[in-house]
Design a binder for this molecule. Sequence first.
Ligand code: FAD
Ligand code: SF4
Ligand code: SF4
Length: 436
Amino acid sequence: MGLLEANQDTMPRAAHPLSLGEIVENGLCIGCGLCRSIATPDAIEMVMTPEGRERPVARQALDRPTLMRINAVCPGTRIAGPPPARSGETTLMDTVWGPVERLVLGRAGDPSVRFIGSGGGVLTALGQFLLSSGRVKFVLHVAASHSQPMRSETRLSFDAASMLEGAGSRYGPAATLVDFGDILDRGEPFALIAKPCDITAVRNLARLDPRVDEYMRYALAFVCGGASDLSKSEQVLQRFGLAEDELALFRHRGHGNPGLNRIETRDGRAFELSYRQLWEDEDKWMIQPRCKICPDAIGQVADIAVSDAWLNGGPAVEDEALNGIIVRTRRGLELFDAAVETGALEIKRETGIAEISELQSHQVRKRRAVWARLKGMAIAGKPVPFVTDLALGDCALQNSLAENLAEGRGARDRAHRGRLGEPPAAPRKSRTVQSC
Ligand SMILES: Cc1cc2nc3c(=O)[nH]c(=O)nc-3n(C[C@H](O)[C@H](O)[C@H](O)COP(=O)(O)OP(=O)(O)OC[C@H]3O[C@@H](n4cnc5c(N)ncnc54)[C@H](O)[C@@H]3O)c2cc1C
Ligand code: SF4
Ligand code: SF4
């Protein structure tokens, strides 16, 4: 843990757990749904807000033990890096990138998986291999909703076909953990494929519930630039003059690398945007507030983290199917080696920290900026997450003093203006989703 980071706990959490409303309104919630799944039935509902975010709303007063439990597991209030004991002797520990057992460029062995998958289909191929090798009974991940294909919902995949249906990046909200209690109740070995913050949340829960370590055999993450509001996808519909209830398909990418944002309507029309067109205007990315202060968007607590790897300088053109694969734990290494051995994965070549830093320069910038951003928020009197074992202070030391001051002051000023927070969570009129 970095020295600077040791001072990061600015809120007296044990004495005053944050309420759900405080977590949301201070921009700390990412809508994972775990609080809903650990509270008593019907105590918390997930709603789609007018801004296009899935957020928890307490349907009854939550007692103090429940709030303490939520504060202990929520990835908005507690973010712990990998425990040092988990890594092996050969593990490289990079200040920015965290633990690395192996770092390669690779892809799915099956050509259809690598085509349909987001980059090179590595996560889908690993999920399929986990199932076919009998390592797990099912994989928890997300997929497009059948009834509302622009939205994402949790998916339990028991076979290769179902894994493939969930392939591709879903850039909008996704409450991956909304039913996590039910998943543990099944008492069967499973794997989780999800955002880094989702994995942070379940690792937090593992400290309270031993069933997580007993049944969750693998946690695989993608490297994550941030989750957009649903409004981002709604803008795309507006561009084509479409309404959500006309949709038969809404795919953000995949079917190529990166592939097109493709929309199909129930009456047979199709519309497409390139990845560049989808993301050309940064002011319209609509990234959720929690993402701007994300201390671990690179999946340090996953067994394997998978990134994009565009070797031609970015997603300007269709690139070869490829991923960066960061194997982080011994368990991840055993899985990776076995998947390569059976042909589920193909290695293109070894890579290293320098190349991955170049391919993911935005992640490096964020890792170096987050310590100062959190300090700025704390100075503005806002609650910040309790962060441990993520070397945030050491990352900040890679920035100049001027850069740290600029990040800190920027965050402080934005926090003062309320730009890092959110309105109280409330359902959209007549369009509540994922109510449970
Ligand atoms: C919001 C978001 C931001 C991203 N930002 C970056 C970035 O900055 N840098 C980078 O290198 N890569 C980023 N990616 C990851 C990248 O798009 C690929 O997903 C990743 O490289 C894995 O590719 P793949 O071909 O192995 O994935 P696939 O084989 O297509 O598998 C993707 C898996 O991820 C799951 N999944 C998709 N979306 C979500 C979601 N929103 N929440 C939970 N699970 C989901 C799917 O269920 C599927 O199992 C981002 C992805 C998302 C969804
Ligand atoms: S981040 Fe997850 S656990 Fe925390 S308040 Fe939001 S939905 Fe609940
Ligand atoms: S940037 Fe961080 S908080 Fe945002 S979705 Fe990705 S992992 Fe979660």
